[in-house]
Design a protein. Structure first.
Length: 456
């Protein structure tokens, strides 16, 4: 659900991002949460995967923590609204009401091609017609008509517009109506849609193509909006190839091509993609030099000999907010606060596990930073049983067929074949879900056909 119906705020000219978020939450029935995010104790160097998994965060709680973490940045006032040209505003959230700068239409116009007529017919027709984009024509006198185009200014003293298909001319070039016309017929009067100063859209409205059209019609060249979160992607791993076929233990990098587009679809501005390999020094330099709102890393989140994410976060004094999530695939994902106004989402290196991290941590964090409303949750019955993990949530790609969701195969941690065909992701509870069981679904940006599909 969009936030188009948010209560009008008469004094919303100077709202900051936190206040926009509050209005979005109010409209969608979500209470404003406490912004304090308790951080788990950072694991000691060398602690094992079993201990880390034992401290992992439940899947719903991890998503909530990610959203709250972004809210602390808004509260600090570090994401002020910006003025954006119309051609760059698609997908942003309005941070000021859209108030009409002119009457719409700004003068009486013809709603149809035909004749502007004055008084009862038949009418004498002027030689020169009236076209759109021209100055106000001369007034009509009773018994007079003039050819007029759709959108053209109505001559003063016009009674109505006679549509082209409802008129005929006789041998003396006099115009006759073929049916009755009412006074004011097919005239769009000045201010029919709005008057100058009317509030057209409220704070928190998502900028869609229709919003851009309305803003332009209402006189706007720029919009006041919440800026896109800036994201930097760091691809880790010496085993990754950027072209050609896998060979000699090397594999193609699937995340480098996928993540920037997916992050843009979530409303982010991707400022850089860097390939660092398994280089702890390069990772440390990249983290300390980055000025992005969010850093996304791929791989290196476990406790192997070249998994440098945890030690580097500890070295720079980052605060771990989520250290592992009880979800499959993707349980080694993490969320850290690296600076007061910057966070890091560590994605596992396996492709579908990384997608799980995007849906679990990156999506709620980016959505909140952009002041977008949370999507309405919904459920559908599964057409087939879905195998679950004994203790963890499982995310499984599905296709939507009528009023059912059909689980797809090829949903192992390293597989993207199922996700590439999916419409949504089913949130399967611990223990699995039987056929016919109502199951929560998460729409994918391209499948929901919403404004999130901003891949450029």
């Amino acid at each position: 659900m969009t936030a188009r119906g948010i209560r009008a705020n008469e004094d919303a000219e100077d709202l900051d991002v936190e206040e926009v978020l509050a209005l979005v939450n109010e409209h969608n029935g979500h209470p404003t949460p406490d912004d304090h995010v308790p951080a788990p104790t950072s694991p000691a160097p060398g602690s094992g995967n079993a201990d880390r998994h034992h401290k992992a965060t439940a899947w719903p709680k991890a998503r909530e923590i990610a959203s709250r973490a972004a809210r602390t940045v808004a509260r600090a006032g570090r994401r002020a609204p910006v003025s954006v040209p119309l051609d760059a505003a698609l997908g942003l959230t309005l941070a000021a009401p859209l108030t009409a700068l002119t009457d719409l239409p700004s003068f009486d116009t013809s709603a149809m091609d035909g004749w502007a007529v004055a008084g009862p017919g038949p009418w004498d027709v002027r030689d020169e017609g009236v076209l759109a984009g021209h100055a106000e024509p001369e007034p009509l006198t009773d018994g007079e008509a003039v050819r007029i185009a759709t959108g053209a200014r109505i001559p003063p003293d016009t009674s109505a517009v006679l549509r082209s298909e409802h008129g005929r001319t006789d041998s003396k070039d006099r115009l006759h109506g073929t049916r009755e016309i009412e006074p004011g017929q097919d005239i769009r009067p000045r201010g029919q849609e709005c008057r100058s100063g009317d509030q057209l859209l409220a704070v928190g409205t998502l900028v869609t193509p229709a919003v851009l059209g309305l803003a332009a019609a209402a006189g706007y060249d720029t919009l006041t909006a919440v800026p896109r979160p800036r994201v930097e992607v760091l691809v880790l791993g010496d085993e990754l190839l950027v072209e050609g076929l896998p060979h000699d233990g090397l594999i193609r990098d699937a995340l480098g091509p996928m993540l920037p587009s997916w992050l843009r679809a979530l409303g982010a501005e991707v400022t850089a993609l860097r390939r660092l390999g398994d280089d702890a020094k390069a990772l440390h330099k990249a983290l300390t030099k980055s000025d992005a709102d969010l850093i996304v890393t791929t791989g290196g989140t476990a406790a192997g000999p070249v998994d440098h994410v945890h030690p580097t976060l500890q070295r720079i004094g980052a605060e771990l907010l989520v250290d592992g999530v009880k979800v499959r695939p993707g349980h080694p994902m993490l969320l850290a606060r690296t600076k007061e106004d910057q966070h890091l989402v560590g994605l596992p290196g396996n492709p579908l596990a990384a997608v799980s991290g995007l849906l679990t941590l990156a999506e709620p964090l980016l959505r909140t930073l952009a002041a977008r409303p949370a999507p309405e949750s919904y459920t559908l019955p599964l057409r087939e049983a879905a195998h679950g993990h004994p203790y963890d949530t499982r995310l499984i790609p599905v296709v939507l067929r009528g009023d059912h969701a059909v689980p797809l195969h090829y949903h192992g941690p390293a597989m993207l074949r199922g996700m590439a065909a999916a419409d949504a992701v089913a949130v399967v509870p611990p223990g699995g879900a039987r056929a016919g069981q109502e199951t929560e679904l998460l729409d994918l940006p391209w499948a929901s056909a919403g404004i999130e599909v901003c891949f450029t």
